[in-house]
Write a protein that binds this ligand. Structure first.
Ligand code: CA
Ligand code: CA
Ligand code: CA
Ligand code: CA
Length: 287
């Protein structure tokens, strides 16, 4: 971890994680006003909370074991109180064949307690939390690598999710995000699929699903092919109030920007940076 300083970042400090850390998210887990963070560890399948002290240091991790294969996670106020909760995708799963999502509800002091477990498509590889039906309660969506679809699970209140709805999302969807790609105020879903990795099928592409504001989505608008797409991040990079997409082409070793059109369709992938291996990244206000 590096703390932001006046001119860049301070020195690195390392915080021990568990065995095979997979994902990390920042949230406010205990309601004390200081940001905390959570880490998922694939083995033994746990989510670990580190509480911020407000001075840039964090408490030793509080582990909550969820079972094998805790992988992508996201945070949000699932049960509507002042503490962020965790949605963590698991695969393979002890509770459902293929994959699923477990909700961990933050209690007083930021300890995690078990919420519900919900089936998703096979091997949920990425997870997003956003309010798709505009009822003020955050909902959950996953990108399911091996069932070639996305699962949308709407929050039904009381910290619980309803059953999944599936949307076909191309061959091997690998990352998912949410934003407003058409500027209409409704949350949209954005999925990147990597396509065939053995040359026997289609290339990858970015798919945008325009949200209707009620938890359902229009049929996907798809981008031009991308060689071995891997990750995406969503943000308004052009200042036109429509969210755009940056993804990476693992094979071409480059980042691509897709500028959203007024219809919400992903634009033509255009290179913005060449690196050695473009696989994993994020954007933010770094200055
Ligand atoms: Ca806190
Ligand atoms: Ca909560
Ligand atoms: Ca909702
Ligand atoms: Ca929209």
């Amino acid at each position: 971890m590096r703390l932001g300083a006046t001119n860049g970042f301070g020195p690195e400090s390392r915080i021990p994680a568990g065995n095979v850390p997979n994902d990390v998210a920042v949230g406010e887990m205990d309601g004390d006003g200081f940001e905390d963070f959570v880490v998922s560890n694939v083995y033994p399948g746990e989510v670990v909370v580190h509480h911020g002290t407000g001075t840039g240091s964090f408490t030793a991790g509080l582990s909550h074991v969820v079972g094998r294969g805790a992988r992508p996670l996201a945070v949000g106020r699932i049960d509507g109180d002042e503490r962020d909760d965790v949605a963590v995708a698991q695969t393979p799963s002890a509770f459902v064949e293929g994959g699923g999502v477990e909700i961990l509800l933050a209690g007083p002091g930021g300890t995690l307690g078990r919420g519900g477990r919900y089936a998703t498509g096979t091997q949920p590889e990425a997870i997003a939390v956003a309010d798709f039906d505009e009822d003020g309660r955050p909902d959950v969506a996953t990108a399911n690598l091996l069932s070639n679809d996305t699962s949308v699970l709407l929050n039904i209140g009381g910290g619980m999710l309803g059953p999944e709805a599936r949307l076909a999302a191309g061959l091997q969807p690998i990352d998912i995000g949410s934003g407003n790609v058409d500027g209409d105020g409704h949350r949209d879903l954005i999925v990147v699929n990597r396509g065939s990795t053995n040359g026997q099928g289609p290339l990858g592409s970015v798919w945008t699903f325009r949200g209707r504001g009620n938890g359902t989505f229009d049929p996907a608008l798809t981008s031009d092919p991308i060689l071995r797409a891997e990750q995406l991040t969503v943000g308004d990079f052009t200042g036109d109030a429509r969210d755009d997409i940056i993804t990476s082409s693992f094979t071409d070793k480059q980042y691509l920007r897709l500028t959203s059109s007024p219809s919400g369709a992903p634009g033509t992938p255009s290179p913005i940076f060449f690196g050695r291996v473009a696989q994993c990244f994020a954007t933010g206000d770094v200055d």
